[in-house]
Ligand binder design. Sequence first.
Ligand SMILES: C[S@@+](CC[C@H](N)C(=O)[O-])C[C@H]1O[C@@H](n2cnc3c(N)ncnc32)[C@H](O)[C@@H]1O
Length: 208
Amino acid sequence: MNTATRRAYGAGVKFYDALSGEPVYRIGRVTGVRMLRLRAGDTVLDLGCGTGLNFALLTAAVGPTGRLIGLDRSGAMLDIARRRIERRGWSNVSLVHADATDFSWTDLEVPQVDAVISTYAMSVFNDPHAAWANVRAVLRPGGRACIVDMQVPTGAATVLAPVARLTCAAGGSDIDAHPWTLLEADAHDVRRRSLRGGHIQVVAGTIG
Ligand SMILES: C[S@@+](CC[C@H](N)C(=O)[O-])C[C@H]1O[C@@H](n2cnc3c(N)ncnc32)[C@H](O)[C@@H]1O
């Protein structure tokens, strides 16, 4: 994450939810959580959770007996996520202030998780490979993962490529990172959805 991006997820966070383009990007969250095939009682990690825009979908999917752990390296983003948790009264959601490229199960305070989701975050990480290695290390054998991220639009939507590039650059995201390929290389039942003219890629699968 470069200095400008660090700033974007520091001082500017109070505007994150308003500027995150939910009319365009929410469909990726909804599709990703559905494709993760969570079960009641599952423990799920939201990697680079930001302000917790996925939390309502994830807590509904794992139910009151499940557990959600949100991890992010921005304390300012986590402050907003914490307020969301308090407001909604979720007692089964915890937050971890850590770097996705440098964490382990001791940070999560659970030996393993059943599922991991990362939405619009891995393309922001400075080292998605290191983050994915950590995901593999905390995911139980047979656990599920889902990566939702962005690329340059395809087909007829290619005309929107400059807008997509600008939007991603403003959020510190590398539009050419294609982090879902890490999951595709390791999962044995890869499922894919392409949304918004190919701009949003949702890839899920079972690992190990
Ligand atoms: C575009 S936001 C996405 C947030 C959230 N996943 C969402 O869908 O709204 C990217 C997030 O990644 C976090 N981030 C960037 N680099 C990180 C890293 N190395 N470790 C953990 N979080 C990181 C930022 O702090 C920010 O909250």
